[in-house]
Design a protein. Structure first.
Length: 97
């Protein structure tokens, strides 16, 4: 959780001037990523091979979505994040896959 918190705090959603960035607490992240029925395998990270630092992540949690009168089990994807120093490495398509 600490590594995810650091990655998101330093690299997730910011404006062009780097003056605004989301700063989710560790407690909030734990709550948001472990709802009833969550799948640990839906919390995916990529580490630097040499330093072992977490440099990218994507998360999914189960949701029940209503489409007309049907309820469909789906995954909600969130927290797609790539470290600023790795953004030219084409990691986003790998995470999405």
């Amino acid at each position: 959780m600490d590594e995810l918190y650091v990655l998101l705090t330093n690299n997730y959603v910011e404006d062009d001037d780097n003056t605004f960035r989301f700063d989710y607490s560790r407690e909030f992240l734990r709550w948001a990523l472990s709802p009833p029925g969550y799948q640990p395998k839906w919390l995916v990270g990529i580490r630097d091979k040499t330093t072992k630092e977490l440099v990218a992540c994507i998360t999914g949690v189960p949701v029940l979505t209503c489409v007309e009168k049907d309820k469909i089990k789906m995954a909600e994807i969130n927290y797609l994040c790539v470290h600023k120093g790795y953004r030219e490495k084409n990691l986003t398509p790998i995470l999405i896959t």
